[in-house]
Design a protein. Structure first.
Length: 367
């Protein structure tokens, strides 16, 4: 195996759909340039929407997998996901201390919001794994369970993240907040400060398997040398094009497969060219289809036009630059490919309901 592929260990359960769990982690790590090492903790019988049953592997078997995976080389990063047995959890710290970067994502609830982690296992997570976290990733609902408090505003989101940092996590990422109508909110809190993320794609970011893919993507970016903000940003870019907006054919047949392929290629092109090409004709031409056909594909797949999808992507990037950099509005407009600052301001105001400067002054809270 080439030595330029940094080893990344994933410790989590398997998922029978292949859309989450160990299978999805291996795909993500490999796609981003890492070498996947793995230890399976549980076997999940799942339809994607429902967990039918879960079978935890014996603690000693999990421990032996980790020991064997680390025999030849110490991973540069580890992602710890579904670990539901408190004894297994108590054995992990000794094995993980040698790994420089540790991404922890406790699976307290499933994608439908049902509790899948016992109180005893949650206590073990808080005692043994949270203090080891380079980055702790969890849903807002999971944080509410962990901390025994309601989280409904950005301020409460920030307070909860700080409480988790006080409990030992170096950095905290909380996802799935609904602090603004029509948007999903996420927060990254680390030693250098904090940053809010918002997205209109409420369905895509809550899709089955997104949390696991995000955590394994961040772990891989850590292994490649990124710091926390870089790892989260680069993982976000990957997820945005390959998972969140990506689709799978819902019906058998060549047409359905072709539609999914065209759509996913369109999203990949946006991720590559959004800051220089705002014309749908450009994307259609590169896909060797007409703009009208591309519109029929995106409408079929996600119920949105190509222009709306591109606008969503540009708005997300604009919000990120306004809240996390010191670039001027003019510099941001240039970076995003707008011919003038005025045109960027008109675009932003139409999409978000306020000017770029008002959004920045409000810390990302203005509407």
């Amino acid at each position: 195996m080439p030595t330029n592929f940094p080893p990344v260990l994933t410790i989590t359960g398997s998922d029978s759909t292949g859309e989450a769990g160990i299978g999805a982690d291996i795909r993500t790590i490999s796609a981003l340039g890492g070498r996947a090492l793995m230890a399976i903790t549980s076997v999940m019988v799942s339809t994607g929407k429902n967990v039918i049953s879960a079978h935890d592997l014996p603690p000693q078997l999990v421990s032996e997998q980790i020991k064997t995976a680390m025999k030849d080389s110490i991973p540069r990063a580890v992602k710890v996901g579904m670990v539901r047995d408190e004894h297994t959890i108590s054995l992990l710290p000794e094995q993980l201390l040698a790994i420089p970067k540790r991404v922890m994502i406790p699976s307290v609830i499933d994608s439908q919001g049902r509790r899948i982690l016992s109180s005893q296992a949650l206590d073990a997570w808080l005692k043994y794994l949270l203090p080891l976290s380079t980055l702790l990733i969890l849903r807002v609902k999971e944080a509410e369970i962990m901390l025994g408090r309601n989280i409904s505003t950005d301020e409460e989101l920030l307070q909860a993240a700080q409480q988790l940092r006080d409990m030992g996590a170096k950095a905290v990422m909380m996802r799935g907040g609904h602090t603004r109508e029509g948007f999903l909110t996420a927060l990254l809190l680390h030693e250098g400060g904090h940053r809010f993320f918002t997205s209109r794609n409420t369905e895509g970011w809550q899709r089955h398997g997104v949390s696991g893919a995000l955590s394994s993507a961040i772990a891989t970016r850590y292994a490649l040398g990124d710091d926390t903000t870089e790892a989260v940003s680069n993982a976000h870019t990957y997820l945005h094009s390959q998972v969140v907006y990506a689709v799978s054919p819902s019906h058998n047949g060549t047409y359905a497969l072709r539609s999914a392929d065209v759509y996913n290629s369109f999203i990949s092109l946006i991720a590559e060219h959004y800051n220089s090409e705002h014309s749908i004709a450009f994307y259609a031409s590169n896909l060797c289809v007409s703009p009208r056909y591309l519109c029929s594909i995106t409408d079929k797949m996600v119920g949105r036009s190509p222009k709306q999808i591109l606008s969503d992507y540009l708005l997300q990037e604009a919000c990120t630059l306004l809240t996390s950099t010191r670039l001027t509005v003019q510099e941001i407009s240039i970076r995003l490919g707008f011919p003038t600052q005025a045109e960027f301001a008109r675009f932003f105001s139409k999409q978000h309901g306020c000017s770029p400067m008002a959004f920045r002054i409000g810390g990302g809270n203005s509407k």
